[in-house]
Design a protein around this ligand. Structure first.
Ligand code: B12
Length: 221
């Protein structure tokens, strides 16, 4: 049953038919598949499949985008139906760096992370360094995620570098970690260090593992 649900669900995403994808998980749930199995054995494997296919140029960005957005929606719907109350892996805020209006990558990453039990608060586009830090404190987030698609917004003084300075000045470095992502970091895998981030990740699946590691290093406030 689970294998056929996964296959039908992936086919619906492949056809970019989100209504059908949702219908498939709803009918599986009504037919006795647990909320846990829907999340961990259908939705997350589907994102992994679409990401692998994207890397191998076998599907499109639209399909990957849809896979992560539908995943986030299903997870939000299924969480209250878990038999055991799910443990949140942690909390993060995410946004694009000042001057950067490329929001698509951030939305995909957020969808993937929500599907993997991380609380994600999306601060939107063109987020100032002060706002990143204030929002992290307001929401008890251990992680600040900064998305930059342009070289100057990744390297610039007002983005990650400034977030790092503020964390230093306010004595928050042990409590809040920074992860960055976006094309400039893919082209130079040491850039994250130069701009003062704690880590980078090339996509949402890798990001979930990296973030879980960072959260272990955080001292709670
Ligand atoms: C779509 C696009 C746009 C759209 C953005 C629409 C939107 N709502 O997002 C529009 C048309 C608005 C746009 C505008 C501009 N763009 Co543009 N744009 C692109 C394009 C074609 C694709 C970007 C994209 O969405 N990629 C797909 C996503 C899924 O990939 P991604 O963002 O890398 O995200 C993945 C990972 O990086 C990672 N990730 C992303 N964020 C994060 C965050 C964290 C925390 C983590 C862990 C991981 C992570 O996970 C994601 C999912 O797998 C790129 C070229 C390209 N092929 O990359 C140019 C590009 C980024 N744009 C560019 C430029 C120059 C501009 C403009 C200045 C053009 C102009 N003259 O007006 C403006 C700037 C606007 C601004 N101030 O931001 C340049 C940047 C050059 C550079 N080296 O700096 C590029 C590279 C094009 C080029 N070759 O010249 N653009």
């Amino acid at each position: 049953m689970l294998n056929s649900t996964l296959q039908e669900y992936c086919e619906a995403i492949f056809d970019t038919d989100s209504d059908r994808a949702l219908q498939i998980v709803h009918s599986a749930f009504e037919n006795g598949v647990s909320a846990e199995d829907i999340v961990f054995r259908v939705v997350i494997p589907s994102i992994e499949q679409f990401l692998t296919a994207l890397v191998e140029n076998q599907n499109s960005l639209a399909q990957h985008f849809l896979a992560s957005q539908v995943a986030a929606e299903v997870v939000e719907e299924m969480l209250p139906r878990f038999l055991q109350k799910p443990v949140s892996a942690g909390q993060m805020v995410i946004g694009t760096s000042p001057g950067d209006y490329h929001g698509l990558g951030k939305r995909i990453v957020s969808g993937c992370l929500k599907a993997q039990m991380l609380g994600v608060i999306d601060l939107g586009l063109n987020v100032s360094a002060e706002r990143f830090v204030d929002a992290a404190l307001e929401n008890n987030a251990q992680i600040i995620g900064i998305s930059s698609m342009m070289v100057h917004t990744a390297r610039g003084e007002n983005g990650c570098r400034k977030v790092r300075r503020i964390l230093q000045e306010r004595g928050l470095e042990e409590h809040i970690k920074i992860i960055v992502g976006g094309a400039p970091y893919r082209f130079d895998d040491q850039l994250y260090r130069q701009v003062g981030a704690d880590a980078w990740a090339e996509n949402g699946i890798v990001a979930a593992a990296v973030i879980t590691g960072l959260i272990r290093e955080v001292t709670p406030l």
